[in-house]
Design a protein around this ligand. Structure first.
Ligand code: NAP
Length: 438
C-alpha cells in the first residue's frame, strides 16, 4: 500500500457535497481500487460555516492556499464559473498537481491552455463530468475509440431544455408554461439563459468536437440557436410530419468537394423523426450518439446532471488520477494534431422546416416554391391548411414546407426572400430537420 493521496475539493455545492460523501463512505473500496487511501486535505467554499455537513476544520475560503499545500496531490474543481476556477486549476497544474474538473464553461474556452500546463508539469487533467453528467462519453472518445475515425457526435446534452421540450411535446404546453414548470421542479435555474439559449450545450459541443476530431474547438466556434422561439404549433406540425423537436449538439467531420476535411460544431433545436434513437430521450435525460468509421453507431444514455450522477463521473476521474500517482504514468494527453478548420454554418447541408402564413389566393404556392427552386433548394413536402378569423371568415392559409438537404446558406437566403414576398404574411418559424439523410 502506498502513501496517502491528498485531495483538495474546491466547491461543496450539488456536486462537491456528493463527491465528498462518496469519498468518505466508500473509503475502503476506493483505497483498494487505487492502492492508496484518498484523504481530503481541505474543501474550498465561499461560506465557511459549521453547519455544512463536513468537519468545519476542512473548510476554507482561501482557495489559493489550499491548492498550494504540499500534501495536496490532486485538485477536484467543482466551483463553477470560469473564474476563479481557471486561476485555481492553472495554479494547481503549475505546482504539479493533477486536476479533475466538471467545469464545462471553463473547458470550452480554456482547454488548450490548461492542457498545455498539464503537459508541462506531466500531470493529469480529467473532465469526464463536464459533458453529460454521469454518462461516460469523454473516456470512450479519448480511449476506447482512439484507433477509430469518429465521423459524427450528436446528442441531447442539456437536461433543462430537454425537459422543457419533452413537456411541450407530451402536454401541448407553450414554451413559457413549460419553462415555468421546469423552474418549479428545480430543472431550470433562476436565470435559465445559459440553458435555453444553448450556451451550455455549445460549451459541451466544443469539448466533444475537440476530442472527437483531434482539433481545438472553442465555444466561440460553435454555431448556436436556443429553444425560446419553439412554439406549441411547431410541435403540432412536427407530429404531423412524424417528428418531435430536440435541442441537438452536433459535431461532424465534413469532406469538402476538394477532398479537404473540416469540422462542424453546432447547436440548435431540430425536428427529429420519432424512430430516431434521440427522439425517445425524454425529461431531463441526456444521450449522445457517436458514429465512427469502424465501430459504426454507438449510443450513450443516462442522467446528464444532478449531484450524485455527476459525482460518479468525477470519482471515476479521481480514481484514475490517483492510480496514476500510485503506479506512475499519466492518462491520455490532449490530442490536437489534426488541426482541422471549423466550417461556417453556411456550408453545412441541412434540411429545413418552414412554417408561414400566406394569402389564400391562387398562385401563392407557385410563388413560394419559386423562391426555393431559384436557390436550388428542393422541396420534399408541402402541407397547407386554411385559416379562419374570430368571425369564422377565411383569412389566409398556413403553409409548412419541408426541404431536402441543401446548404444552410441557400436555405437562409430562401427564407429571407420568402419574408419579402407580398403573399407571405408572416414566417412563423424556421427549424432544421436532422436524423434523415435525404
Ligand atoms: P453549486 O451547487 O453552485 O456549488 C458551487 C460551490 O462552489 C459552492 O460550494 C460554492 O461555495 C463554491 N464556490 C463558488 N465560487 C467560489 C469561490 N469564488 N470561492 C470559493 N468557493 C466557491 O454548483 P454545482 O451544481 O455543484 O456545480 C459545480 C460544477 O459542476 C460547475 O462547474 C457545473 O457546471 C458542473 N456540473 C454541475 C452539474 C450539476 O448537475 N449540478 C452537472 C455537470 C457539471 P458556497 O457553498 O460557500 O457558496
Amino acid at each position: 500500500m502506498s502513501d496517502e493521496i491528498g485531495v483538495a475539493v474546491l466547491g461543496l455545492g450539488n456536486v462537491g457535497s456528493e463527491v465528498v460523501r462518496i469519498i468518505e463512505e466508500s473509503a475502503a473500496d476506493l483505497t483498494a481500487r487505487i492502492g492508496a487511501p484518498l484523504v481530503i486535505r481541505g474543501i474550498g467554499v465561499r461560506r465557511v460555516d459549521a453547519d455544512r455537513g463536513v468537519p468545519v476544520e476542512l473548510l476554507t475560503d482561501d482557495i489559493e492556499a489550499l491548492v498550494s499545500r504540499d500534501d495536496v496531490d490532486i485538485v477536484v474543481e467543482l466551483m463553477g464559473p470560469v473564474e476563479p476556477a481557471r486561476k485555481a486549476i492553472l495554479a494547481a497544474l503549475e505546482q504539479g498537481k493533477s486536476v479533475v474538473t466538471a467545469n464545462k464553461a471553463l473547458m470550452a474556452v480554456s482547454a488548450g491552455k490548461l492542457a498545455e500546463a498539464a503537459e508541462k508539469a506531466h500531470v493529469d487533467l480529467y473532465f469526464e463530468a463536464a459533458v453529460a453528467g454521469a454518462i461516460p462519453v469523454i473516456r470512450p472518445l479519448t480511449q476506447s475509440l482512439a484507433g477509430d475515425t469518429v465521423l459524427r457526435v450528436a446528442g441531447i446534452v442539456n437536461g433543462t431544455t430537454n425537459y422543457i421540450l419533452s413537456e411541450m411535446d407530451s402536454t401541448g404546453a407553450d414554451y413559457a408554461s413549460a419553462l415555468a414548470d421546469a423552474s418549479a421542479l428545480g430543472y431550470a435555474e433562476a436565470d435559465p439563459t445559459a440553458d435555453v439559449e444553448g450556451y451550455d450545450a455549445a460549451a459541451k459541443a466544443a469539448i466533444l468536437a475537440s476530442i472527437a476530431f483531434h482539433t481545438r474547438v472553442t465555444a466561440d466556434d460553435v454555431y448556436r440557436e436556443g429553444i425560446t422561439k419553439v412554439s406549441a404549433a411547431d410541435f403540432a406540425s412536427a407530429r404531423a410530419l412524424g417528428c418531435t423537436i430536440k435541442l441537438l449538439a452536433i459535431c461532424e467531420r465534413l469532406t469538402t468537394g476538394k477532398g479537404k476535411q473540416q469540422v462542424s460544431a453546432r447547436v440548435y433545436p431540430a425536428l427529429v423523426p420519432l424512430e430516431h434513437p434521440l427522439a425517445s430521450v425524454n425529461g431531463a435525460f441526456n444521450a449522445v450518439v457517436v458514429e465512427a468509421e469502424a465501430a459504426g453507431r454507438l449510443m450513450f444514455y443516462g442522467q446528464g446532471a444532478g449531484g450524485a450522477p455527476t459525482a460518479s463521473a468525477v470519482l471515476g476521474d479521481l480514481v484514475m488520477a490517483a492510480r496514476n500517482r500510485v503506479q506512475g504514468g499519466r492518462g491520455p494527453r490532449e490530442s490536437k494534431y489534426a488541426k482541422l478548420p471549423v466550417a461556417p454554418i453556411g456550408v453545412i447541408p441541412t434540411r429545413y422546416y418552414v412554417n408561414m402564413n400566406v394569402a389564400d389566393r391562387p398562385g401563392v404556392l407557385s410563388a413560394v416554391s419559386a423562391e426555393f427552386s431559384k436557390r436550388e433548394v428542393s422541396i420534399a413536402e408541402v402541407r397547407q391548411e386554411g385559416m379562419v378569423d374570430d368571425e369564422g371568415q377565411r383569412c389566409g392559409a398556413r403553409i409548412v414546407v419541408v426541404t431536402h438537404q441543401a446548404k444552410d446558406a441557400a436555405l437562409s437566403e430562401t427564407v429571407a426572400a420568402l419574408a419579402d414576398l407580398d403573399v407571405v404574411q408572416s414566417i412563423n418559424s424556421v427549424l432544421r430537420m436532422e436524423g434523415t439523410s435525404e
